[in-house]
Write a protein that binds this ligand. Structure first.
Ligand code: GLA
Length: 723
């Protein structure tokens, strides 16, 4: 049993070959956090919490002044009882009191894992679960701390369940998913920050005293901060050292905070952001929080990434697509924007087919009167002038050419200039007597409403049941503002931001369950909502609206901390690049896009015959090695943000591809050996270009001489086969 309860010691030990996580019950009352790290064969409370009377530390028992929550290392805590650090929950009762004191009651250990009601969660066979029930006797409330241990990964997930057994309402002002106290503060804080078209930049800094946090209050997980943070030992690198990583399976407002207190301990807390949240919990009702992923690696950041990649591919992402090869696609956006006719698209699709591409994706501009971003969101009917017979007959024509067909939707949005807005003015979020703010000329539909959810489900069902659409790009191009409606009672308006996300998940769950074979690509202006919540429904994500290859070494590299290449859309686009004006070579653009879910986003008919020949070769090369590119094991060897080069390795049992990318050329051209680190040491590898043979160990340790380049932004792909 990988989760053990030692009754004598009052200790829960969650353990596999990669990790141990240990919780103590202290005097039958509070839960202490005892250990998180490399696996321990057994545990006997060697680092037992040191309870000593401290000044300015309120206690509940005058006979036992040492037992004070403010000085303990805990698994769970709130404000109001003497623990002044960040809280994991806050409950207000009908008397307006803000203190709920939960004590240990009982536990359950079982094989498998339950679903979380209405929310995406990790699922799989090789999981063991622990539920620790705490009770608040005075107020008749129950809190269950749920822990799940993956059998084969250094991963534990956590979430919290609140139950109200009383006759009274209570209000959850804060409902966190995870709190954990570390005994020291010698850590670096790592997180991913960014903006639209510039996502997932790693930032690492030593923890300082007080609170450091990342968050989103934008109604979506956001480009600005990813719902991820990790505590690293100062000596930790990509290749070695301890990492304690935290990732949130949620697509709305979140907070992840680390607090270093007066005793140099560190508290890490993660959950829905309490500033835009409150929940009225009625008698007999239950509230479940989203799930937190806790990932431990003592093999550096690449070790952390391996845990995340395996977890998301095998325990989260849609089962149907788990091992399915993804088609090479052409997306019409950057090649056409809103300006196209059916005839032009049909001509383009013939060139697409000739290039060997498999999926033709029609992006924005196909519906209502959508000739710019000023109208028609919500009016999901074919643009009559562009498609005389309608979009489904057009999709069928594309299918008849031997191409799969994909279509863009932005279901959560509504244009003020739309039929839908005229017919249902109250369907967008709004505040009474206030002007509705726009962003990209649009408002946000209020998905807390079941009628709005049902409208979208019916609309999507109509398109997908035609059988002519094999792929959907699901976009979301603004953040929420003025979140309100006139349906929820005034005191429950703060429930809307979370109810909106629950509504979104209901739509996604319904549609992806009914149409599992349709490939969904998640998008929010690129990576604005590239979070594990969305990835539970959609197998891949459009990584960034920045399609410039060199920039992508930063963006795909940053996201690779969390997601494998098969989850990241990567397209070759035109030069000069539309976002940056940079003109990287076709080889550079293709090589970098190979290390993602490969596709094109330009009008192929504008290429020269030589370029077109190269495109055909690149498509064929990717298809030949698709299994490796999409399902190989990925490691970062060098990072663009740490030097003048980037190098990635993807390998399986038989072969390996290495991308080397040189940022800026340098006149003195120093020698540069690229150490492959992760090839099989004892195997021999043949370089497919030069036919030279090297041992894995020499490539790993001595390294591959990468030529000094006399040009900016050049790439080279090394292809090695085991001999
Ligand atoms: C967003 C997406 C783009 C494209 C446009 C269409 O910006 O990220 O890829 O689909 O919307 O309007």
């Amino acid at each position: 049993m990988p989760i053990i309860f030692n009754k004598k010691q009052q200790v829960f030990h969650l353990k596999n070959e990669k990790v141990s996580y240990i919780i103590g019950i202290e005097k039958n009352r509070y839960l202490s956090h005892l250990y998180f790290g490399a696996p321990l064969t057994s545990y006997h409370r060697v680092n037992q919490a040191y309870l000593v009377e401290r000044s300015f530390a309120p206690y509940f028992d005058p006979q036992d002044k040492n037992y004070a929550t403010g000085t303990m290392l805990l698994e769970n805590s709130t404000n109001g009882g003497g623990d002044y650090r960040v809280a994991n929950y806050q409950i207000r009762n009908e008397a307006g009191q803000n203190f709920a004191d939960f004590h240990y009651d009982s536990y359950k250990i079982y094989d498998g894992k339950k679903k979380i009601e209405g929310l995406p969660s990790i699922q799989g066979d090789k999981i063991t679960s622990l539920e620790i029930t705490l009770v608040e006797k005075n107020q008749q409330l129950e809190m269950i701390l749920v822990y799940n241990l993956m059998e084969d990964l250094g991963v534990i997930t956590r979430h919290t369940i609140f139950k109200n057994y009383s006759q009274n309402k209570v209000y959850l002002e804060n409902a966190g998913s995870c709190l954990i106290d570390f005994p020291d503060s010698q850590y670096d804080f790592l997180h991913l920050y960014g903006s639209h078209a510039s996502e997932a930049h790693p930032e690492r800094f030593p923890l300082h005293r007080g609170i450091q946090e990342v968050n989103s209050l934008r109604g979506a997980s956001s480009h600005q901060h990813h719902p991820f943070a990790a505590l690293l030992k100062p000596e930790t690198t990509e290749f070695s050292g301890e990492v304690f990583a935290f990732h949130f399976i949620y697509s709305g407002n979140f907070i992840i905070q680390a607090e270093v207190d007066q005793y140099e301990t560190t508290r890490l807390q993660m959950g829905i952001h309490p500033d835009t949240f409150e929940w009225q919990l009625n008698p007999e009702e239950t509230f479940e929080t989203p799930e937190a992923v806790l990932n431990y690696s003592n093999e550096g950041l690449n070790g952390m990434s391996q845990n995340f990649h395996q977890l998301y591919l095998h325990y989260l992402s849609p089962k149907f697509w788990e091992n399915k090869r993804r088609p090479v696609l052409l997306n019409t956006w950057e090649g056409n924007y809103f300006n196209f006719t059916e005839e032009e698209l049909l001509q383009q699709s013939q060139v697409v087919k000739k290039a060997g591409i498999e999926l033709f994706v029609l992006d924005d501009g196909w519906f209502g009167k959508r000739d710019s971003d000023h109208s028609s969101l919500g009016d999901w009917k074919s643009h009559k002038k562009k498609f005389s017979e309608g979009i489904i007959p057009f999709a069928k024509k594309i299918n008849e050419e031997g191409l799969k067909f994909g279509l863009w939707f932005e279901p959560e949005m509504i244009s003020p200039e739309s039929e839908l807005a005229k017919n249902h003015p109250d369907w967008a979020f709004h505040l009474k007597n206030e002007t509705q703010y726009q962003s990209r000329n649009q408002w946000v539909l209020d998905l807390s409403r079941t009628d709005v959810q049902d409208y979208l489900i019916e609309m999507l069902r109509y398109y997908l049941s035609s059988g002519a659409i094999q792929y959907i790009k699901w976009d979301m191009n603004r953040h929420l503002s003025q979140v309100g409606n006139e349906i929820m009672p005034p005191l429950q308006q703060k429930e809307l931001a979370h109810r909106h996300i629950l509504g979104l998940y209901r739509i996604l769950d319904t549609i992806t369950t009914e149409f599992p074979e349709v490939l969904f690509e998640n998008c929010s202006g690129g990576g604005g909502r590239f979070d594990p919540g969305m990835m539970a429904y959609m197998a891949q994500n459009w990584t960034s609206d920045n399609s410039d290859g060199p920039s992508r070494t930063f963006i795909q590299g940053g996201y690779s901390y969390l997601y494998p290449p098969v989850m990241m859309g990567a397209h070759v686009s035109a030069v000069p690049n539309h976002q940056l004006g940079r003109s990287a070579s076709l080889a550079t653009r293709s090589h970098i896009a190979f290390f993602g879910n490969f596709g094109y986003e330009l009008d192929l008919s504008k290429l020269t015959p030589e370029e077109m020949e190269q495109v055909k070769k690149d498509v064929a090369f990717y298809q030949k090695h698709r299994e490796l590119f999409q399902f190989g094991t990925f490691h970062r060897l060098e990072n663009s943000w740490q030097g003048n080069s980037c190098a990635w390795l993807i390998q399986n049992e038989k072969e390996a591809m290495i991308l080397y990318f040189n940022l800026l050329a340098s006149p003195h051209r120093p020698l540069h050996y690229l150490k492959t680190k992760y090839l099989f040491n004892d195997a021999l590898y043949e370089n497919q270009e030069t036919k030279e043979v090297f041992s894995g160990s020499e490539l790993n340790q001595a390294g591959l001489l990468v030529s000094p380049y006399s040009q900016d932004f050049v790439t080279k792909i090394f292809h090695f086969k085991k001999v």
